[in-house]
Design a protein around this ligand. Structure first.
Ligand SMILES: Nc1nc2c(c(=O)[nH]1)N[C@H]1C(S)=C(S)[C@@H](COP(=O)(O)O)O[C@H]1N2
Ligand SMILES: [Mo]
Length: 541
Protein backbone atom coordinates (compact mmCIF):
# COMPACT_ATOMS: atom_id res chain seq x y z
CA UNK A 1 0.00 0.00 0.00
CA UNK A 2 1.45 3.29 -1.00
CA UNK A 3 0.14 5.91 1.33
CA UNK A 4 2.09 8.93 0.22
CA UNK A 5 0.58 9.02 -3.24
CA UNK A 6 -2.89 8.73 -1.80
CA UNK A 7 -2.47 11.06 1.11
CA UNK A 8 -2.83 14.20 -0.93
CA UNK A 9 -5.50 12.89 -3.25
CA UNK A 10 -8.86 14.47 -2.99
CA UNK A 11 -11.45 12.07 -1.68
CA UNK A 12 -12.18 9.76 -4.55
CA UNK A 13 -15.90 10.04 -4.14
CA UNK A 14 -15.59 13.70 -4.97
CA UNK A 15 -17.06 14.89 -1.72
CA UNK A 16 -15.53 17.87 -0.10
CA UNK A 17 -14.31 17.63 3.45
CA UNK A 18 -17.48 18.67 5.08
CA UNK A 19 -17.64 17.60 8.73
CA UNK A 20 -18.81 13.99 8.79
CA UNK A 21 -22.08 13.17 10.41
CA UNK A 22 -20.47 10.72 12.81
CA UNK A 23 -19.89 11.91 16.39
CA UNK A 24 -16.38 10.56 16.64
CA UNK A 25 -15.07 12.74 13.92
CA UNK A 26 -16.85 15.95 14.83
CA UNK A 27 -15.31 18.63 16.94
CA UNK A 28 -13.31 21.71 16.33
CA UNK A 29 -9.98 19.86 16.44
CA UNK A 30 -10.64 18.02 13.19
CA UNK A 31 -8.76 20.18 10.82
CA UNK A 32 -6.91 17.67 8.68
CA UNK A 33 -8.15 15.60 5.80
CA UNK A 34 -9.93 12.32 6.15
CA UNK A 35 -7.45 9.46 6.48
CA UNK A 36 -6.46 7.84 3.20
CA UNK A 37 -8.17 4.69 1.98
CA UNK A 38 -5.08 2.60 2.65
CA UNK A 39 -5.38 3.48 6.34
CA UNK A 40 -8.97 2.34 6.30
CA UNK A 41 -8.02 -0.93 4.64
CA UNK A 42 -5.18 -1.50 7.09
CA UNK A 43 -7.37 -0.69 10.10
CA UNK A 44 -10.06 -3.06 8.86
CA UNK A 45 -7.67 -5.94 8.22
CA UNK A 46 -5.78 -5.53 11.47
CA UNK A 47 -9.02 -5.29 13.45
CA UNK A 48 -10.34 -8.45 11.84
CA UNK A 49 -7.07 -10.23 12.58
CA UNK A 50 -7.20 -9.04 16.20
CA UNK A 51 -10.73 -10.40 16.44
CA UNK A 52 -9.74 -13.77 15.02
CA UNK A 53 -6.74 -13.92 17.35
CA UNK A 54 -8.92 -13.22 20.37
CA UNK A 55 -11.46 -15.79 19.12
CA UNK A 56 -8.74 -18.40 18.72
CA UNK A 57 -7.51 -17.69 22.24
CA UNK A 58 -11.06 -18.01 23.61
CA UNK A 59 -11.47 -21.31 21.76
CA UNK A 60 -8.41 -22.53 23.64
CA UNK A 61 -10.39 -22.49 26.87
CA UNK A 62 -12.24 -25.74 26.29
CA UNK A 63 -12.02 -28.70 24.00
CA UNK A 64 -15.40 -28.37 22.32
CA UNK A 65 -15.17 -24.68 21.52
CA UNK A 66 -14.40 -23.80 17.91
CA UNK A 67 -12.44 -20.81 16.61
CA UNK A 68 -14.93 -18.52 14.78
CA UNK A 69 -13.71 -19.25 11.25
CA UNK A 70 -13.96 -22.97 11.90
CA UNK A 71 -17.55 -22.57 13.14
CA UNK A 72 -18.58 -20.66 10.06
CA UNK A 73 -16.66 -22.99 7.76
CA UNK A 74 -18.26 -26.06 9.29
CA UNK A 75 -21.77 -24.68 8.94
CA UNK A 76 -21.06 -23.74 5.33
CA UNK A 77 -20.02 -27.34 4.70
CA UNK A 78 -23.13 -28.62 6.49
CA UNK A 79 -25.36 -26.40 4.38
CA UNK A 80 -23.60 -26.73 1.02
CA UNK A 81 -25.42 -28.75 -1.62
CA UNK A 82 -23.91 -32.09 -2.58
CA UNK A 83 -22.76 -30.93 -6.02
CA UNK A 84 -20.74 -28.13 -4.47
CA UNK A 85 -19.05 -30.48 -1.99
CA UNK A 86 -18.20 -32.85 -4.83
CA UNK A 87 -16.86 -29.98 -6.86
CA UNK A 88 -14.73 -28.78 -3.93
CA UNK A 89 -13.31 -32.23 -3.28
CA UNK A 90 -12.64 -32.79 -7.00
CA UNK A 91 -10.99 -29.42 -7.33
CA UNK A 92 -9.07 -29.16 -4.10
CA UNK A 93 -8.72 -32.84 -3.18
CA UNK A 94 -7.90 -33.44 0.46
CA UNK A 95 -7.09 -29.74 0.65
CA UNK A 96 -10.83 -28.99 0.48
CA UNK A 97 -10.95 -27.99 4.16
CA UNK A 98 -8.01 -25.68 3.72
CA UNK A 99 -9.62 -24.20 0.63
CA UNK A 100 -12.77 -23.57 2.63
CA UNK A 101 -10.90 -21.83 5.44
CA UNK A 102 -8.87 -19.78 2.97
CA UNK A 103 -12.09 -18.84 1.17
CA UNK A 104 -13.78 -17.81 4.42
CA UNK A 105 -10.79 -15.71 5.43
CA UNK A 106 -10.69 -14.03 1.98
CA UNK A 107 -14.35 -13.05 2.23
CA UNK A 108 -13.75 -11.79 5.76
CA UNK A 109 -10.72 -9.83 4.56
CA UNK A 110 -12.61 -8.16 1.72
CA UNK A 111 -15.46 -7.10 3.97
CA UNK A 112 -13.02 -5.99 6.67
CA UNK A 113 -11.30 -3.68 4.23
CA UNK A 114 -14.66 -2.10 3.49
CA UNK A 115 -15.54 -1.89 7.18
CA UNK A 116 -12.23 -0.17 7.91
CA UNK A 117 -12.74 2.39 5.15
CA UNK A 118 -16.25 3.14 6.32
CA UNK A 119 -15.07 3.53 9.92
CA UNK A 120 -12.16 5.80 9.18
CA UNK A 121 -13.59 7.88 6.36
CA UNK A 122 -17.31 7.99 7.01
CA UNK A 123 -18.70 6.67 10.23
CA UNK A 124 -17.25 4.53 12.98
CA UNK A 125 -20.74 3.32 13.77
CA UNK A 126 -21.08 2.03 10.23
CA UNK A 127 -17.81 0.08 10.54
CA UNK A 128 -18.84 -1.32 13.90
CA UNK A 129 -22.16 -2.42 12.46
CA UNK A 130 -20.30 -4.57 9.93
CA UNK A 131 -18.16 -6.07 12.72
CA UNK A 132 -21.27 -6.79 14.77
CA UNK A 133 -22.87 -8.45 11.76
CA UNK A 134 -19.89 -10.75 11.42
CA UNK A 135 -19.89 -11.48 15.11
CA UNK A 136 -23.55 -12.47 14.98
CA UNK A 137 -22.93 -14.74 11.98
CA UNK A 138 -20.12 -16.44 13.91
CA UNK A 139 -22.15 -16.77 17.10
CA UNK A 140 -25.11 -18.18 15.20
CA UNK A 141 -22.92 -20.60 13.25
CA UNK A 142 -21.31 -21.85 16.47
CA UNK A 143 -24.66 -22.07 18.24
CA UNK A 144 -26.24 -24.14 15.46
CA UNK A 145 -24.13 -27.17 16.25
CA UNK A 146 -22.76 -26.73 19.70
CA UNK A 147 -21.06 -29.51 21.64
CA UNK A 148 -19.72 -27.28 24.34
CA UNK A 149 -22.71 -27.16 26.63
CA UNK A 150 -24.09 -23.82 25.54
CA UNK A 151 -20.83 -21.88 25.32
CA UNK A 152 -20.26 -22.25 21.57
CA UNK A 153 -21.03 -18.57 20.91
CA UNK A 154 -18.24 -17.42 23.21
CA UNK A 155 -15.22 -17.36 20.83
CA UNK A 156 -17.21 -15.42 18.20
CA UNK A 157 -18.47 -12.98 20.82
CA UNK A 158 -14.94 -12.43 22.10
CA UNK A 159 -13.77 -11.99 18.50
CA UNK A 160 -16.50 -9.44 17.86
CA UNK A 161 -15.66 -7.38 20.93
CA UNK A 162 -11.92 -7.48 20.20
CA UNK A 163 -12.42 -6.53 16.54
CA UNK A 164 -14.80 -3.71 17.50
CA UNK A 165 -12.45 -2.36 20.14
CA UNK A 166 -9.50 -2.50 17.71
CA UNK A 167 -11.44 -0.71 15.00
CA UNK A 168 -12.53 1.98 17.45
CA UNK A 169 -8.98 2.47 18.65
CA UNK A 170 -7.53 2.70 15.15
CA UNK A 171 -10.26 5.07 14.03
CA UNK A 172 -9.51 7.39 16.94
CA UNK A 173 -5.77 7.24 16.24
CA UNK A 174 -6.34 7.98 12.59
CA UNK A 175 -8.87 10.77 12.92
CA UNK A 176 -7.71 12.77 15.94
CA UNK A 177 -4.76 14.96 15.11
CA UNK A 178 -1.75 14.59 17.34
CA UNK A 179 -1.48 17.33 19.92
CA UNK A 180 1.13 19.98 19.40
CA UNK A 181 4.11 20.24 19.74
CA UNK A 182 5.32 17.97 16.98
CA UNK A 183 1.81 17.55 15.64
CA UNK A 184 0.98 17.42 12.00
CA UNK A 185 0.56 14.63 9.47
CA UNK A 186 3.87 12.90 10.24
CA UNK A 187 3.04 12.56 13.93
CA UNK A 188 -0.48 11.33 13.07
CA UNK A 189 0.97 8.77 10.80
CA UNK A 190 3.49 7.57 13.36
CA UNK A 191 0.76 7.22 15.96
CA UNK A 192 -1.53 5.29 13.64
CA UNK A 193 1.26 2.95 12.58
CA UNK A 194 2.21 2.37 16.21
CA UNK A 195 -1.39 1.38 16.91
CA UNK A 196 -1.40 -0.98 13.91
CA UNK A 197 1.91 -2.50 15.02
CA UNK A 198 0.82 -3.01 18.61
CA UNK A 199 -2.39 -4.71 17.52
CA UNK A 200 -0.55 -6.91 15.04
CA UNK A 201 1.86 -8.07 17.73
CA UNK A 202 -0.97 -8.77 20.22
CA UNK A 203 -2.79 -10.68 17.52
CA UNK A 204 0.22 -12.84 16.76
CA UNK A 205 0.63 -13.61 20.47
CA UNK A 206 -3.08 -14.43 20.89
CA UNK A 207 -3.05 -16.70 17.82
CA UNK A 208 0.03 -18.56 19.00
CA UNK A 209 -1.30 -18.95 22.55
CA UNK A 210 -4.68 -20.09 21.26
CA UNK A 211 -3.07 -22.66 18.99
CA UNK A 212 -0.88 -23.93 21.81
CA UNK A 213 -3.91 -24.31 24.03
CA UNK A 214 -5.86 -26.14 21.34
CA UNK A 215 -2.96 -28.49 20.57
CA UNK A 216 -3.39 -29.73 24.13
CA UNK A 217 -6.78 -31.10 23.11
CA UNK A 218 -5.35 -32.57 19.92
CA UNK A 219 -2.77 -34.43 22.01
CA UNK A 220 -5.52 -35.74 24.31
CA UNK A 221 -7.61 -37.00 21.42
CA UNK A 222 -4.59 -38.61 19.76
CA UNK A 223 -3.46 -40.25 22.98
CA UNK A 224 -6.91 -41.74 23.54
CA UNK A 225 -6.69 -43.47 20.13
CA UNK A 226 -3.37 -45.27 20.67
CA UNK A 227 -3.43 -49.04 20.73
CA UNK A 228 -1.26 -50.73 23.36
CA UNK A 229 1.06 -53.52 22.28
CA UNK A 230 2.25 -56.51 24.27
CA UNK A 231 5.66 -56.54 25.91
CA UNK A 232 7.85 -59.54 25.07
CA UNK A 233 7.62 -60.90 28.60
CA UNK A 234 4.58 -59.41 30.27
CA UNK A 235 4.74 -59.38 34.06
CA UNK A 236 2.32 -61.51 35.99
CA UNK A 237 -0.71 -59.63 37.31
CA UNK A 238 0.31 -57.88 40.52
CA UNK A 239 -0.30 -59.91 43.69
CA UNK A 240 -3.20 -59.14 46.00
CA UNK A 241 -2.45 -55.72 47.46
CA UNK A 242 -2.02 -55.69 51.26
CA UNK A 243 -3.18 -52.07 51.13
CA UNK A 244 -6.65 -53.48 50.59
CA UNK A 245 -6.68 -54.73 54.17
CA UNK A 246 -4.38 -52.28 55.96
CA UNK A 247 -6.11 -48.91 55.97
CA UNK A 248 -3.78 -46.04 55.12
CA UNK A 249 -1.01 -48.18 53.60
CA UNK A 250 0.28 -47.02 50.19
CA UNK A 251 -0.72 -49.25 47.28
CA UNK A 252 1.74 -51.59 45.62
CA UNK A 253 1.26 -49.64 42.36
CA UNK A 254 0.27 -45.99 42.66
CA UNK A 255 -2.61 -45.10 40.28
CA UNK A 256 -1.61 -42.57 37.62
CA UNK A 257 -4.01 -39.94 38.92
CA UNK A 258 -2.38 -40.13 42.38
CA UNK A 259 1.23 -40.28 41.20
CA UNK A 260 3.29 -37.31 42.36
CA UNK A 261 4.38 -34.74 39.80
CA UNK A 262 7.36 -32.42 39.45
CA UNK A 263 7.60 -29.94 36.58
CA UNK A 264 9.79 -26.94 35.89
CA UNK A 265 7.49 -25.50 33.22
CA UNK A 266 4.15 -23.90 34.05
CA UNK A 267 2.42 -24.73 30.79
CA UNK A 268 2.99 -28.44 30.25
CA UNK A 269 3.92 -29.49 26.72
CA UNK A 270 1.10 -30.94 24.63
CA UNK A 271 3.02 -33.10 22.19
CA UNK A 272 1.37 -34.77 19.20
CA UNK A 273 3.30 -37.66 17.72
CA UNK A 274 3.21 -36.49 14.09
CA UNK A 275 5.66 -33.78 14.99
CA UNK A 276 7.61 -35.76 17.59
CA UNK A 277 10.60 -38.03 17.33
CA UNK A 278 13.41 -39.27 19.52
CA UNK A 279 16.97 -38.53 18.45
CA UNK A 280 20.10 -40.23 19.70
CA UNK A 281 23.16 -38.21 18.83
CA UNK A 282 26.34 -36.61 20.16
CA UNK A 283 29.26 -38.95 20.79
CA UNK A 284 27.82 -41.89 18.87
CA UNK A 285 28.99 -43.80 15.82
CA UNK A 286 25.61 -43.62 14.14
CA UNK A 287 23.06 -40.97 15.10
CA UNK A 288 19.56 -42.46 15.19
CA UNK A 289 16.06 -41.12 15.00
CA UNK A 290 12.88 -42.94 15.98
CA UNK A 291 9.28 -42.05 15.36
CA UNK A 292 6.68 -42.96 17.97
CA UNK A 293 5.49 -45.92 15.87
CA UNK A 294 9.04 -47.16 15.42
CA UNK A 295 9.46 -47.28 19.18
CA UNK A 296 6.21 -49.23 19.57
CA UNK A 297 7.37 -51.66 16.88
CA UNK A 298 10.49 -52.59 18.83
CA UNK A 299 10.76 -55.17 21.59
CA UNK A 300 8.82 -53.84 24.53
CA UNK A 301 9.68 -54.62 28.13
CA UNK A 302 7.60 -54.34 31.25
CA UNK A 303 9.05 -53.42 34.64
CA UNK A 304 7.84 -52.30 38.07
CA UNK A 305 9.99 -49.30 38.96
CA UNK A 306 9.94 -46.82 41.80
CA UNK A 307 10.55 -43.18 40.95
CA UNK A 308 11.57 -40.70 43.62
CA UNK A 309 12.25 -37.01 43.73
CA UNK A 310 15.48 -35.89 45.36
CA UNK A 311 13.37 -33.31 47.17
CA UNK A 312 11.45 -36.00 49.00
CA UNK A 313 11.81 -35.25 52.72
CA UNK A 314 12.03 -38.14 55.12
CA UNK A 315 8.42 -39.29 55.40
CA UNK A 316 7.47 -37.31 52.26
CA UNK A 317 5.29 -38.37 49.37
CA UNK A 318 7.35 -37.35 46.33
CA UNK A 319 7.84 -41.00 45.49
CA UNK A 320 5.77 -43.63 43.75
CA UNK A 321 5.86 -47.08 42.26
CA UNK A 322 4.36 -47.89 38.86
CA UNK A 323 4.34 -50.56 36.15
CA UNK A 324 5.96 -49.24 32.98
CA UNK A 325 6.25 -50.59 29.43
CA UNK A 326 8.92 -49.28 27.10
CA UNK A 327 12.02 -49.82 25.02
CA UNK A 328 15.25 -50.73 26.78
CA UNK A 329 17.70 -47.85 26.78
CA UNK A 330 20.74 -50.14 26.43
CA UNK A 331 19.36 -51.62 23.20
CA UNK A 332 18.92 -48.17 21.67
CA UNK A 333 22.39 -47.05 22.75
CA UNK A 334 24.13 -50.17 21.51
CA UNK A 335 22.45 -49.66 18.15
CA UNK A 336 23.80 -46.08 18.00
CA UNK A 337 27.30 -47.17 19.16
CA UNK A 338 28.74 -45.11 22.01
CA UNK A 339 32.16 -43.51 21.54
CA UNK A 340 34.58 -44.62 24.27
CA UNK A 341 35.10 -41.05 25.56
CA UNK A 342 31.44 -40.44 26.31
CA UNK A 343 30.64 -40.71 30.02
CA UNK A 344 27.30 -38.89 30.30
CA UNK A 345 23.89 -39.29 28.70
CA UNK A 346 22.26 -35.88 28.50
CA UNK A 347 18.54 -36.24 28.04
CA UNK A 348 16.48 -33.39 26.58
CA UNK A 349 12.78 -32.66 26.84
CA UNK A 350 10.69 -30.79 24.30
CA UNK A 351 10.10 -28.24 27.10
CA UNK A 352 13.81 -27.47 27.45
CA UNK A 353 14.36 -29.51 30.63
CA UNK A 354 17.58 -31.53 30.65
CA UNK A 355 18.94 -34.29 32.87
CA UNK A 356 22.26 -36.12 32.68
CA UNK A 357 23.47 -39.40 34.17
CA UNK A 358 26.39 -41.79 33.75
CA UNK A 359 26.54 -43.92 30.58
CA UNK A 360 27.33 -46.78 32.93
CA UNK A 361 23.86 -46.58 34.51
CA UNK A 362 22.36 -47.27 31.09
CA UNK A 363 24.63 -50.21 30.32
CA UNK A 364 25.13 -52.04 33.63
CA UNK A 365 22.13 -54.27 33.10
CA UNK A 366 19.54 -52.35 35.12
CA UNK A 367 16.17 -51.94 33.46
CA UNK A 368 16.40 -48.36 32.17
CA UNK A 369 13.65 -47.73 29.64
CA UNK A 370 12.15 -45.18 27.34
CA UNK A 371 8.67 -45.64 28.78
CA UNK A 372 5.56 -45.47 26.58
CA UNK A 373 2.99 -46.64 29.13
CA UNK A 374 2.34 -46.24 32.84
CA UNK A 375 0.19 -48.72 34.77
CA UNK A 376 -1.36 -50.15 31.62
CA UNK A 377 -2.26 -46.79 30.09
CA UNK A 378 -0.58 -44.77 27.36
CA UNK A 379 1.77 -42.43 29.23
CA UNK A 380 -0.40 -39.61 30.64
CA UNK A 381 0.30 -36.15 29.21
CA UNK A 382 1.40 -34.86 32.61
CA UNK A 383 3.82 -37.76 33.04
CA UNK A 384 5.54 -37.16 29.71
CA UNK A 385 3.45 -38.36 26.74
CA UNK A 386 4.58 -39.54 24.25
CA UNK A 387 7.75 -40.89 25.94
CA UNK A 388 9.80 -40.46 29.09
CA UNK A 389 12.86 -42.02 30.56
CA UNK A 390 12.98 -44.11 33.72
CA UNK A 391 16.40 -45.10 35.03
CA UNK A 392 15.91 -47.33 38.08
CA UNK A 393 17.95 -46.24 41.06
CA UNK A 394 18.48 -42.61 40.02
CA UNK A 395 16.55 -39.60 41.29
CA UNK A 396 14.16 -38.07 38.78
CA UNK A 397 16.05 -34.80 38.33
CA UNK A 398 19.05 -36.53 36.74
CA UNK A 399 17.20 -39.13 34.69
CA UNK A 400 13.40 -39.25 34.47
CA UNK A 401 12.99 -36.78 31.61
CA UNK A 402 9.38 -36.39 30.48
CA UNK A 403 8.36 -35.44 26.91
CA UNK A 404 11.73 -36.90 25.98
CA UNK A 405 13.05 -35.75 22.60
CA UNK A 406 16.77 -36.37 22.55
CA UNK A 407 19.44 -38.59 24.09
CA UNK A 408 22.77 -36.86 23.67
CA UNK A 409 25.96 -38.76 24.39
CA UNK A 410 28.42 -36.33 25.92
CA UNK A 411 30.82 -35.86 28.83
CA UNK A 412 30.34 -34.61 32.40
CA UNK A 413 33.07 -32.03 31.79
CA UNK A 414 31.11 -30.60 28.85
CA UNK A 415 27.44 -30.47 29.80
CA UNK A 416 25.22 -30.09 32.87
CA UNK A 417 21.57 -30.92 33.30
CA UNK A 418 18.95 -28.39 34.39
CA UNK A 419 19.29 -28.76 38.18
CA UNK A 420 23.09 -29.04 38.45
CA UNK A 421 23.99 -25.33 38.26
CA UNK A 422 21.13 -24.77 40.72
CA UNK A 423 22.97 -26.51 43.51
CA UNK A 424 22.07 -30.18 43.17
CA UNK A 425 24.55 -33.03 42.93
CA UNK A 426 25.82 -34.41 39.63
CA UNK A 427 25.67 -38.01 40.85
CA UNK A 428 22.28 -38.86 42.30
CA UNK A 429 21.55 -42.46 43.22
CA UNK A 430 18.32 -42.87 45.20
CA UNK A 431 19.04 -43.27 48.90
CA UNK A 432 17.38 -45.99 50.95
CA UNK A 433 14.27 -44.61 52.61
CA UNK A 434 11.36 -45.96 54.61
CA UNK A 435 8.13 -44.25 55.53
CA UNK A 436 5.38 -44.87 58.08
CA UNK A 437 2.03 -44.43 56.29
CA UNK A 438 -0.18 -45.43 59.22
CA UNK A 439 -0.83 -44.29 61.88
CA UNK A 440 -0.47 -40.67 60.78
CA UNK A 441 1.85 -38.58 62.88
CA UNK A 442 -0.10 -36.66 65.52
CA UNK A 443 -3.05 -39.03 65.42
CA UNK A 444 -4.62 -41.02 68.24
CA UNK A 445 -5.26 -44.76 68.19
CA UNK A 446 -7.25 -46.93 70.61
CA UNK A 447 -5.30 -49.24 72.90
CA UNK A 448 -4.82 -52.80 71.67
CA UNK A 449 -3.55 -54.24 68.39
CA UNK A 450 -2.64 -51.49 65.90
CA UNK A 451 -0.94 -51.88 62.53
CA UNK A 452 2.13 -49.75 62.00
CA UNK A 453 2.68 -49.93 58.24
CA UNK A 454 4.37 -48.18 55.37
CA UNK A 455 6.66 -48.51 52.39
CA UNK A 456 10.42 -48.71 51.95
CA UNK A 457 12.53 -48.40 48.82
CA UNK A 458 16.16 -48.82 47.86
CA UNK A 459 16.24 -49.07 44.08
CA UNK A 460 18.13 -50.99 42.67
CA UNK A 461 19.58 -52.67 45.76
CA UNK A 462 16.23 -53.90 47.05
CA UNK A 463 14.80 -53.81 50.56
CA UNK A 464 15.67 -56.81 52.71
CA UNK A 465 14.54 -55.68 56.14
CA UNK A 466 12.43 -53.01 57.80
CA UNK A 467 12.53 -52.44 61.56
CA UNK A 468 10.26 -50.47 63.85
CA UNK A 469 11.07 -48.90 67.20
CA UNK A 470 8.40 -47.72 69.64
CA UNK A 471 9.65 -45.23 72.22
CA UNK A 472 12.98 -46.40 73.64
CA UNK A 473 12.07 -50.03 73.04
CA UNK A 474 14.04 -52.52 70.96
CA UNK A 475 14.11 -52.44 67.16
CA UNK A 476 11.60 -55.05 66.02
CA UNK A 477 11.42 -56.56 62.58
CA UNK A 478 8.40 -55.72 60.41
CA UNK A 479 6.80 -58.14 57.99
CA UNK A 480 7.56 -57.38 54.34
CA UNK A 481 4.88 -57.31 51.63
CA UNK A 482 5.12 -58.95 48.19
CA UNK A 483 8.28 -58.15 46.22
CA UNK A 484 7.99 -56.57 42.77
CA UNK A 485 11.75 -56.71 42.34
CA UNK A 486 14.77 -54.79 43.56
CA UNK A 487 13.80 -51.56 41.80
CA UNK A 488 10.32 -51.32 43.29
CA UNK A 489 9.18 -50.22 46.70
CA UNK A 490 8.13 -52.72 49.30
CA UNK A 491 5.26 -52.50 51.74
CA UNK A 492 5.84 -53.50 55.36
CA UNK A 493 3.72 -53.76 58.51
CA UNK A 494 4.11 -54.49 62.18
CA UNK A 495 1.44 -55.46 64.67
CA UNK A 496 1.80 -53.28 67.72
CA UNK A 497 0.15 -54.06 71.05
CA UNK A 498 -0.42 -50.45 71.97
CA UNK A 499 -0.71 -49.44 75.63
CA UNK A 500 -2.08 -46.03 76.64
CA UNK A 501 0.45 -43.21 76.46
CA UNK A 502 2.21 -41.01 73.93
CA UNK A 503 4.98 -42.51 71.81
CA UNK A 504 7.54 -41.71 69.18
CA UNK A 505 7.57 -44.45 66.55
CA UNK A 506 10.37 -44.74 63.99
CA UNK A 507 11.33 -47.04 61.16
CA UNK A 508 14.48 -47.90 59.25
CA UNK A 509 15.18 -50.09 56.24
CA UNK A 510 18.14 -52.24 55.29
CA UNK A 511 18.99 -52.64 51.62
CA UNK A 512 20.27 -55.58 49.57
CA UNK A 513 23.89 -54.67 50.28
CA UNK A 514 23.23 -55.08 54.02
CA UNK A 515 23.42 -51.35 54.70
CA UNK A 516 20.90 -49.89 57.13
CA UNK A 517 19.54 -46.36 56.70
CA UNK A 518 21.72 -44.02 58.77
CA UNK A 519 20.20 -42.20 61.72
CA UNK A 520 22.00 -39.00 60.76
CA UNK A 521 19.57 -36.41 59.43
CA UNK A 522 20.64 -34.55 56.28
CA UNK A 523 18.54 -32.16 54.18
CA UNK A 524 17.30 -32.99 50.69
CA UNK A 525 19.93 -30.76 49.05
CA UNK A 526 22.23 -31.54 47.39
CA UNK A 527 21.68 -35.28 46.91
CA UNK A 528 18.74 -36.56 48.96
CA UNK A 529 17.65 -36.70 52.59
CA UNK A 530 18.77 -39.23 55.18
CA UNK A 531 17.38 -40.06 58.61
CA UNK A 532 14.70 -42.23 60.20
CA UNK A 533 11.06 -41.34 59.70
CA UNK A 534 9.65 -40.64 63.16
CA UNK A 535 6.02 -40.08 64.08
CA UNK A 536 4.24 -39.20 67.31
CA UNK A 537 1.17 -41.24 68.28
CA UNK A 538 -1.19 -41.05 71.22
CA UNK A 539 -2.73 -44.29 72.41
CA UNK A 540 -6.04 -43.78 74.18
CA UNK A 541 -7.38 -46.10 76.82
N1 LIG B 1 10.56 -32.40 31.12
C1 LIG B 1 10.68 -32.56 32.46
N2 LIG B 1 10.97 -33.79 32.91
C2 LIG B 1 11.12 -33.99 34.24
C3 LIG B 1 10.98 -32.93 35.17
C4 LIG B 1 10.67 -31.65 34.65
O1 LIG B 1 10.53 -30.67 35.39
N3 LIG B 1 10.53 -31.51 33.29
N4 LIG B 1 11.13 -33.16 36.49
C5 LIG B 1 11.95 -34.29 36.87
C6 LIG B 1 11.88 -34.58 38.29
S1 LIG B 1 12.72 -33.54 39.35
C7 LIG B 1 11.23 -35.68 38.76
S2 LIG B 1 11.33 -36.11 40.39
C8 LIG B 1 10.42 -36.53 37.87
C9 LIG B 1 8.99 -36.58 38.32
O2 LIG B 1 8.22 -37.31 37.39
P1 LIG B 1 6.65 -37.32 37.52
O3 LIG B 1 6.21 -35.87 37.45
O4 LIG B 1 6.12 -38.15 36.42
O5 LIG B 1 6.36 -37.92 38.88
O6 LIG B 1 10.40 -36.06 36.53
C10 LIG B 1 11.61 -35.53 36.06
N5 LIG B 1 11.43 -35.24 34.67
MO1 LIG C 1 12.66 -34.44 41.39
Amino acid sequence: MDERSEQDDPPADGRTDSPPADGVQTGPQLTHQRPPRSWGAAAGLVSMAAGLGAGQLAAGLARDLEPPVVSVGNRVVDAAPAWLKTFAIDTFGTGDKTALIVGTVLVLAAVSVLAGMVALRRSLAGGLAVVAGFGLVGMTAAGLDDNSGGWGWLPSAVAMVAAGASLTLLTRLATRPAAAPGGGPAADRRRFLTGIGALAVSTAVALAAGRALRSRFAAEVERAGIRLRRPVEPLAAPPADPAATIAGLSPLLVPNADFYRIDTSLLLPAVTVETWDLTIDGMVEQPLRFTYDQLWDRELHEYDLTLSCVSNEIGGDLVGNARWVGVRLDELLIEAGIEPDADQIMTHSVDGFTAGFPVEAALDGRDAIVALTMNGEVLPAVHGYPARLIVPGLYGYVSATKWLSRLELTRFDRAQGYWIPRGWAVQAPIKTQSRIDTPRSGSSVPAGATAIAGVAWAPIRGVTKVEVQVGDGPWQQAELGPSLGEAAWRQWWFSWQAEPGTYLVRCRATDGTGTTQPREVTPVAPDGATGWHTIKVKVER
